[in-house]
Structures are given as C-alpha cells and as structure tokens.
Design a binder for this molecule. Structure first.
Ligand code: CA
Ligand code: CA
Ligand code: CA
Ligand code: CA
Length: 459
C-alpha cells in the first residue's frame, strides 16, 4: 500500500559511479525524454510459466542487535534495496495477489529498457507501476498496460530515485538521493523537492518502508547483513538495528501479513523467505516463485493491505522471432515434417488470411500451393514453427532450400517465394512459401482448391 517495492540485481555500490552535485533537484531540461505516445501498449503475450510452492518454514539467519549507526563499515553487498528502482529489463509483467497462487495479472507496460518503480500514485490503496526515461516518470494507476495516467519530471536522469509515502498522506511520491541526502517531493506532479533527509552513508544500500506502521514511510540502510532503521521524522540516527539474512542476499520490503507495517524478505534464487517482524527469528513464510532470473516487484496489487509479488520479464525470443508458417507437407504428421521437427522449439497452428490452398497431383502426395486470393475467404491453415535463436538462420536457409527458394533465381525457375505475411493471430507475422506466378497458373490449370484451407484435413 505504501512503499513496498524492491530493486533487484544491481550492485548498489556500482550502479552510480558518483553522486551528482548535491544541489537541490529540479526538473532537468537537458535530458531527452521521449513523448508519452511513444510508449506503446502491446497485446498481452504468452502464458506465465511460474507457480508458487509453499515450502516448510525455515530459518533466515538470526537477527541480532547490531551496533549503532555508523559503527559498521559499508560492505559492497549485491543488494536489492526496497523503495528504489527495480532492476532488469522487459515490459512483460506478471503479478500475483496471493503469496501462494500463480500470478493472475498479466500486462505489458512501457519499454524493455525503462527504469521501473512501484507505488500508489493516486492513493487508492493499490500499487501500480511507473517507468522512468531520463528525468521523466510515466505513472500508471492501473495494472492493465496502456498509456500512462500522469507524466512527472523530477530530479535528473542520473539521480538514484526512491518511492515512498514520505508524509503519510496515502500517496507515494519520489525522492532522489545524492550522497547521503534524500531530496523528497510530497506533492503530486512535477516540481522541485520540498524537504530533505540525511541518513546513513553515501555508500549505503537504501530501503524504504513503513517500519512502525504509522502510515509514513521512512528509510533504512543496509551494510552487509546489518540493517539500520529510521522511524522518526527528519534526519537523525537509526532507531532500530538488526541483522538479517546474508550479506549477498537480495532484500525485499513488504507488508506480508497486512498488519500495516513493512518488514523484510530475503530472496535466494527463486526462493523467498519472508518475515513479519523486524526482529530476530525465522522466516514466517517461505515460497518458491517464478524464476531465478526474474526481477521481482513487491506491491499491494489488489488493495487488500497485503503485499505480494510480481515479476518483470523481457520478451521471450519467440515474441520477436518471425516463425516459418507451413501449410503443406511440413506440417505435423505430413511427409516432410522431419525437415523442421527436430529443430522446432515452438509450434502453433493458426490461419493465414489472403490465400487459398490449391493442390496438384503428384505421385507421393498432393502438392500444396498457397495462392493469393483477395476475396473474403477463410485463408489457409498454417503451422508456425519457431527455432532457437542460435539455430534460426540455419533453419530458414534449410527450409528455403527444401522449398527451392533462392532470391537470386528468376521466378520462372522456382516453385515458391518466401514472403512475410500476417496471420490470424493479432500482431503475429510469419514467413510463408507462396506459389510463383507460373505455379499459380499451373495449379489453376490442373489442380483443385481445398475449401477448408487445411492440408491435413484436405479430404
Ligand atoms: Ca493506486
Ligand atoms: Ca505522500
Ligand atoms: Ca512509519
Ligand atoms: Ca494485496
């Protein structure tokens, strides 16, 4: 609900080489933000391949009181701070409303290269996404993809940004950190910072959360597996300290049990160890979720007060690869399927409009021809084959050879030409081998049309 989010996968010491000058942030006119309408909303793609499995509760390393703030030297942990930028790339999001069920919210938002944040921008109790390009933030108040609801400019492109409900009014806003000082804006919209907060060392990893459950987010810093929490307003020393997990663990912040207070979670690979108190003790919940390579988001997606997980993923290779669409003997069960069978890593049957399926007699099998037809017919049934990216060029060349297609040859010496055509699946194009003009005449002369357009069921 408030400031439960994670940044994963980037070394906190290495992600910014040096803080920018510590002057107060202001909208940066030098950066090059793209216009909001350049941020496309794409159709949802692909199933999620993840599930939860509840494991037995097991221990996180015991929490123990640590020394006072400043007593521990900064350690370059491979860290995930909460309240900050979520790492990774991709525009596919899979979110879950239960810590034990499969992700049920899927959408795309922004671009794969966007920097990502989670927050309750409109104060309605649900967390949503924001993406950053340069010093411009594109905020969405829904989990459906599409266009942003608000555009904000704050700080500079090189700032390290955090999200929190710094004033406890129910809405999350941005802060940027320069050195050990946070420059905080509480008002919605663009503008300069309104307050500052100094805490920890410039080299500390930072987390943001409502540690005491009073509705206002505060910061904590991490050094190795030592955490220093601040719960009082303004600058000052840590109010609480704890040790948690291991120095290299990714740390998440969330209100896992809905009691209003944020606590920590540890991520190791695809295992999440969540604890409901900032005290010593074992994890209260241990679950497997998603993939070890996922970049994880934490938020209250449904507004029930409990934070759950989500993942960000880059597009699968098959979302950008152009498959080869076969409508004839290369199809499953047909005599030439062996040409692609061993190498195809994904197959989908669909239709391809704009063609009729014609056959001509041949000794071993009916010879299929895709013949363009602009009439409003059903098109042909195709089986689209995808190949491993490393194998793709070889397979295209192999099928080209099989079909006798060579762009260097005259049309009169080929049966087919390979053409890029749309399919019945929205946004999905495929290569298809289309009859050359002399073969069109040949088929029209001695062949027959398959009304169903389906070679496998041609009789
Ligand atoms: Ca919201
Ligand atoms: Ca606020
Ligand atoms: Ca608080
Ligand atoms: Ca929830």
């Amino acid at each position: 609900m408030r400031s439960e989010r994670s940044r994963v996968g980037r070394s906190f010491l290495g992600r910014r080489t040096s803080p920018p000058p510590t002057g107060p942030p202001r909208p940066d006119s030098s950066s090059e933000p793209r216009t909001s309408n350049e941020k496309p909303s794409r159709a949802r793609r692909g199933p999620i391949h993840q599930g939860f499995a509840r494991l037995r509760t097991q221990g996180i390393a015991a929490l123990a009181c640590a020394g006072l703030l400043g007593a521990v030297g900064a350690q370059p942990a491979v860290g995930a701070a909460d309240g900050g930028e979520i790492g990774g790339s991709g525009d596919d999001y899979y979110l879950s409303n239960s810590i034990t069920t499969v992700g049920e919210i899927e959408f795309t938002y922004g671009r794969t290269s966007d920097r990502l944040y989670v927050g309750d921008w409109d104060g309605n109790g649900t967390d949503t996404l924001a993406v950053q390009r340069g010093a411009t933030y594109y905020l969405s108040n829904t989990l459906t993809g599409g266009n942003e609801d608000q555009v904000i400019r704050f700080g500079s492109a090189s700032d390290v940004t955090y999200v929190g409900d710094w004033d406890g009014n129910g809405t999350d806003t941005f802060a940027v950190r320069r050195g050990s000082v946070f420059y905080i804006r509480n008002s919605p919209g663009s503008g300069r910072h309104e307050t500052t907060l100094a805490f920890g060392h410039a080299s500390d990893d930072v987390l943001v959360g409502d540690w005491d459950g009073n509705g206002r987010d505060d910061v904590a810093v991490r050094r190795g597996n030592a955490f220093y929490f601040r719960t009082s307003p303004g600058s000052g020393p840590a109010d609480r300290t704890a040790r948690y997990g291991r120095a290299g663990d990714e740390i998440l912040v969330g209100d896992w049990n809905g009691d209003g207070a944020d606590t920590l979670g540890v991520r190791r690979g695809r295992t999440y160890l969540l604890r409901n108190a900032i005290t010593s003790g074992d994890a209260d919940v241990v679950v497997n979720y998603g993939r070890a390579t996922d970049h994880v988001l934490v938020g209250d997606w449904d507004g029930d007060g409990e934070d759950t997980l989500g993942v960000r993923r880059p597009p699968e290779f098959w979302e950008t690869q152009i498959p080869i669409a076969s409508y004839g003997t290369l199809r499953t069960g047909m005599p030439a399927h062996h040409v692609v069978h061993a190498d195809a890593v994904r197959e989908r049957t669909m239709r391809m409009p704009g063609f009729d399926l014609w056959l001509t007699p041949r000794t071993e099998f009916d010879w299929p021809w895709a013949i363009p037809n602009t009439a409003d017919r059903n098109g042909i049934v195709v089986e689209a084959f995808w190949f491993a990216p490393s194998n793709y060029a070889r397979m295209v060349a192999k099928v080209d050879q099989w079909e006798g297609y060579d762009p260097a040859l005259p049309l009169s010496e080929m049966n087919y030409t390979r053409q890029l055509r749309p399919t019945s699946v929205a946004g999905q194009q495929a290569w298809v081998y289309v009859a050359t003009p002399w073969r069109v005449a040949y088929a029209h002369n001695i062949g027959w049309i398959v009304e169903s357009g389906d070679y496998v069921h041609r009789y």
